[in-house]
Design a protein around this ligand. Structure first.
Ligand code: CMC
Length: 388
């Protein structure tokens, strides 16, 4: 403590010590707890990877069953949560409905009530309470998104059963049971499961550094995940492809970007300056979907490929080290899997909740430290006039 360093947007500031995820942005490498993401993608499923991230090791088959059983047991849709979501007209924004659903879950949560009614720390240093809250939070997020999905489509919410995987039950609750989709998400969600101090994880941890409850902190994470520069880019990239309609229009879009009249969504990354290692797998999965007769190829894929091709040889992008990120192709894959545009950001944020949970658990074992950045005060030379 002492010397104040100006670091706008925390481009160069580490605020935690963590042994969960390692990212090498120059080499385009991600490791979870020492395992290369390639290895996990090829050999494990989502539940195994969230166990690895949160509890530090790949689970035995017994540990995996216990995790699954606990998660499925918490997939409940309480009346007040359903009512909070149904209070919105179905055409209203998905993000707002998710926030309302999570707030209703937080209001009911036993841990949240205890946290705010007793002086001794409820979670800090208490791994039993922390682990139970992690399970409740993962389940609450999944149930909320399924409820919102059904509400927006006037579909009946299907109660989960105690059979099958976590993802299988998320799809079931959405009324979208499909073995092909489940198998694809089991791998796709590994790629998104954690990304160290990504903006939404940092938003979660910023809130949780006050020692508040994880369900409310998930609201902070969801708000951040919806932002256009972060998770929201997955849908905005897709909208950008749709808006230009044809491969022939790609050079026009690129010129617009270079003139700074548009931002190219799905491009650039704070950490990856050569390659985002997740893109390769997402492309592979899209190619698999193309071969799958049930799922049709999106014509927008050609546009995305062309954007990447043109940008990769253009000096604007080369000199700024801007490459395709995971969000360039993400929405194409979700669309090929039958998810509509209004739910893609939400589904993508569900796949990311394991990360904040792992970091929250890690922080609950460390000494509490309130996050509180500083500012550099500058006197305005020409103050703006008040609102007219
Ligand atoms: N389109 C056009 N220009 C860009 C872009 C882009 N997508 N990204 C960066 N630049 C330019 C930027 O204008 C700046 O130019 P100049 O030097 O002339 O001022 C230069 O590149 C450096 O940009 P920066 O803002 O300093 O870079 P950053 O590391 O702070 O920004 C980013 C990272 C992700 C916010 C940015 O690349 C961006 O806005 N990308 C589009 C949104 C997007 O796809 N977000 C998803 C990120 S990956 C998933 C996730 O983790 O959330």
């Amino acid at each position: 403590r002492g010397l104040k360093v100006f670091d706008r947007g925390f481009t160069n500031t580490a605020c935690v010590e963590s042994s969960i995820t390692f990212i090498d942005g120059e080499r385009g490498q991600i490791k979870f707890r020492g395992y290369d993401i390639e290895y996990l993608y090829d050999n494990h499923d989502y539940e195994e990877v969230i166990h690895l991230l949160i509890w530090g090791h790949l689970p035995s088959s017994e540990e995996k069953q216990i995790l699954r059983k606990k998660l499925l047991a918490e997939l409940k849709a309480p009346r007040s949560v359903v009512d909070a979501i149904r209070a919105f007209p179905p055409q209203f924004s998905t993000g707002s409905m998710i926030l309302a659903g999570l707030a209703a879950f937080a209001a009911l949560d036993e841990g949240t009530k205890r946290l705010h009614s007793q002086a001794e720390p409820y979670y800090m240093g208490n791994m039993k309470n922390t682990d139970a809250a992690i399970i409740r939070t993962l389940a609450a997020m999944a149930t909320t998104i399924a409820l919102v999905y059904c509400h927006k489509r006037g579909k009946k919410f299907t109660k989960p059963d105690l059979q099958g995987s976590f993802i299988g039950n998320v799809l079931k609750m959405m009324g979208k049971e499909d073995d092909g989709i489940e198998k694809c998400l089991e791998r796709l969600w590994i790629l998104y499961a954690d990304h160290e101090m990504t903006n939404s994880t940092a938003a979660f941890l910023h809130a949780s550094s006050t020692l508040t409850d994880p369900l409310s902190c998930t609201i902070s994470a969801v708000v951040s995940a919806y932002g256009p520069l972060h998770g929201g880019a997955i849908d905005l990239a897709y909208q950008q492809f749709k808006a230009i309609a044809s491969v022939k229009d790609v050079p026009y879009l690129i010129e617009e970007v270079k003139a700074k009249r548009q931002r190219l969504f799905g491009f650039g990354h704070r950490i990856y300056k050569t390659v985002d290692p997740r893109t390769k797998f997402i492309r592979e999965m899209i190619d698999e979907q193309v071969r799958n007769p049930i799922l049709s190829r999106s014509p927008l894929l050609e546009i995305a490929l062309e954007i990447e091709k043109v940008a990769s040889t253009d000096d604007y992008f080369i000199s700024r080290r801007l490459a395709a990120n995971a969000d360039l192709y993400g929405a194409l894959l979700y669309t090929a899997l039958g998810f509509e545009s209004d739910i893609i950001v939400a589904i993508a944020s569900l796949s990311r909740v394991a990360g904040p949970m792992a970091h929250w658990r890690e922080s609950m074992q460390q000494k509490p430290m309130l996050w509180r950045p500083q500012q550099l005060y500058r006197e305005a030379s020409n103050p703006e006039s008040p609102l007219r």
